[in-house]
Design a protein around this ligand. Structure first.
Ligand SMILES: *[C@@H]1O[C@H](CO)[C@@H](O)[C@H](O)[C@H]1NC(C)=O
Ligand SMILES: *[C@@H]1O[C@H](CO)[C@@H](O)[C@H](O)[C@H]1NC(C)=O
Ligand SMILES: *[C@@H]1O[C@H](CO)[C@@H](O)[C@H](O)[C@H]1NC(C)=O
Ligand SMILES: *[C@@H]1O[C@H](CO)[C@@H](O)[C@H](O)[C@H]1NC(C)=O
Ligand SMILES: *[C@@H]1O[C@H](CO)[C@@H](O)[C@H](O)[C@H]1NC(C)=O
Ligand SMILES: *[C@@H]1O[C@H](CO)[C@@H](O)[C@H](O)[C@H]1NC(C)=O
Ligand SMILES: *[C@@H]1O[C@H](CO)[C@@H](O)[C@H](O)[C@H]1NC(C)=O
Length: 480
């Protein structure tokens, strides 16, 4: 009794431990998604059932007071049809799959021996009104992929019709009394075996979930599943880690995902939610990789701009620059002071970046003379969209603040620099950020999945992508 308690409390502890990680991303498969899966899975299931092997059977019996030896052999399923198929969500468990009416047509050979007579021929057996009902459980395979399994399966057979070719009519009695039921007894349990095999054959497909998706040479996204799937009437919800990491070096950021729940939407097959945590972990990774910096040189300033990056321009606001460094080009180093902060409010994605701007005069011998350093906070709003299996972004500058960090050129009235700094940021930096964001970040995906009718909504703390899917190529799942 004591040890049972120990085990129970250990289990409770383990499950709390396992559910301690909030997912950074979520995926929901809706009823509509299941309906599509069913539609593409019925044919492979029918093919699977055709592979059922029915053993040769033989026996001795008495028909019309004669001793008869019979043998049926070479039985094979020629036709499988399925009607009234349906899938449904079973809250707390998984998915129910029912085939209300299936038909199996099989063909075989018969031989009989009676009163020293040998006779043989072939037959067809039509099996009508087969009902198959299964429950498919969904779980986590322990390596971050979803896993499905047949939680239950039952198959029943309605009626059978035999058609004999060759032989005498009393053979019908032989079949009706002995052979038909023997064939059905051999067939019936194998139907569920095939259904179970078909369900298991989905797992290799589910293992193609990109649990670690490479983004570029610095970052990868971990989309491994955390915790167990949650099945409700809205769909099957999978929690994914949804976290960016530096490639090969998985360091946790000083923040963690906030719990969020998906809205009750089910008009698309699939919903993918990426939380602010996912994007903020990207900022953490790129900042750690030291790549959130940009040298801004005069050639990056469009020619339409009313000023150039030189000591003449800046000498207007900071006279000592014009005096001490006349006639020189200037260069700026924009560098993140910490990881940017991305937040989602309904219909609004905002990114706030804290950075420093170091200004240099470029000496004729190419040496950089440090002039001053400003702290700059900028806030941009972002437009995000989906293209292919990637999410892309485009940002627009909204606000900017400057304060003085260090000056080597005497007192600076930072306010005077606002317009110039805004222009540099808007015309030289933002377009480059947008070029990078055009490369996009991979979404969680399985196999050769294509997205259709995709829409994106920004909600509180996460972005929700609703989409229909279509599997292309040969990599179809076998069943559901
Ligand atoms: C069943 O009978 C057929 C025809 O007699 C024969 O070719 C086949 O090998 C038999 N199958 C088995 C498993 O014995
Ligand atoms: C990020 O921005 C949001 C919204 O402005 C704010 O609530 C949150 O505290 C910020 N987080 C950090 C780490 O600055
Ligand atoms: C480059 O020129 C500047 C200013 O004339 C001078 O101070 C500096 O020592 C020079 N550096 C080199 C490496 O020649
Ligand atoms: C800049 O400062 C103003 C007022 O001091 C503040 O309202 C605004 O949010 C700040 N913007 C950024 C991007 O820090
Ligand atoms: C991206 O944003 C910039 C402004 O920052 C805008 O000029 C441009 O048209 C936008 N591009 C797209 C594809 O929305
Ligand atoms: C910039 O943001 C930081 C926090 O991210 C804040 O401490 C600082 O006061 C802000 N500076 C300006 C100029 O808005
Ligand atoms: C100057 O910038 C550095 C680097 O971001 C920062 O650590 C420091 O606090 C800033 N100093 C002032 C006076 O703003």
């Amino acid at each position: 009794m004591v040890s049972l308690w120990c085990v129970l409390s250990l289990l409770t502890f383990l499950s709390l431990e396992a559910s301690g990680t909030n997912p950074g991303a979520k995926v929901r498969v809706t009823q509509k998604g299941l309906d599509y899966e069913l539609q593409i899975s019925i044919k492979p299931l029918q093919e699977k059932i055709k592979t059922i092997q029915i053993p040769n059977m033989s026996g001795k019996t008495e028909v019309l007071f004669m001793d008869v030896s019979y043998r049926v052999s070479s039985m094979r399923i020629e036709e499988v049809l399925m009607y009234s198929t349906a899938v449904g969500l079973v809250p707390g468990t998984g998915v129910s799959l029912s085939i209300g009416k299936a038909y199996i047509g099989l063909k075989g050979n018969w031989e009989v021996e009676y009163l020293f007579i040998d006779d043989d021929g072939w037959f067809t057996l039509s099996i009508y009104d087969i009902r198959i009902s299964t429950t498919i459980g969904v779980s986590n395979d322990g390596q971050g992929h979803p896993r499905v399994y047949a939680a239950s399966c039952s198959a029943s057979i309605g009626q059978v019709e035999i058609d004999l070719h060759g032989g005498l009519s009393w053979l019908y009695q032989l079949f009706d009394s002995y052979i038909n039921s023997a064939v059905l007894n051999a067939l019936q349990p194998q139907i569920c075996t095939m259904v179970t095999e078909a369900i298991n054959s989905i797992n290799p497909h589910l293992k193609t979930l990109n649990v670690l998706a490479q983004v570029d040479k610095y970052a990868e996204i971990d989309y491994s599943m955390v915790g167990s799937p949650f099945v409700s009437y809205s769909g099957i919800d999978l929690g994914l880690k949804g976290e960016f990491y530096n490639i090969g070096q998985h360091q946790e950021p000083p923040f963690s995902p906030t719990p969020f729940s998906l809205p009750a939407q089910d008009s698309n097959m699939l919903y993918i939610a990426l939380s602010a945590f996912t994007l903020n972990s990207a900022g953490f990774v790129y900042n750690n990789a030291g790549v959130l910096k940009l040298y801004i040189t005069d050639d990056m300033i469009p020619s339409s701009c009313p000023f150039r990056l030189d000591t003449k321009t800046f000498g207007i606001f900071i006279p000592q620059i014009a005096k001490q460094y006349p006639g020189l080009k200037m260069e700026f180093l924009l560098k993140a002071a910490k990881e940017p902060n991305i937040s989602f409010e309904p219909n609004l994605m905002t990114l706030e970046a804290s950075s420093t701007v170091s200004a240099y005069a470029i000496q004729p011998n190419a040496t950089l003379s440090p002039l001053f350093i400003l702290n700059m906070n900028a806030s941009v709003s972002a437009l995000i969209y989906v293209s292919g299996l990637k999410v892309l972004g485009n940002v627009t500058l909204k606000k900017m603040n400057l304060t003085l960090n260090t000056s080597n050129v005497g007192p600076i009235q930072v306010k005077l620099l606002d317009n110039v700094a805004w222009t540099i940021l808007n015309d030289a930096v933002i377009p480059r950020v947008n070029d990078l964001l055009k490369n996009g970040y991979p979404l969680p995906a399985i196999g050769e999945m294509n997205l259709r009718n995709t829409q994106l909504q920004i909600l509180k703390d996460y972005v929700l992508i609703g989409t229909d899917v279509q599997f292309g190529g040969v990599d179809l799942p076998d069943v559901l």
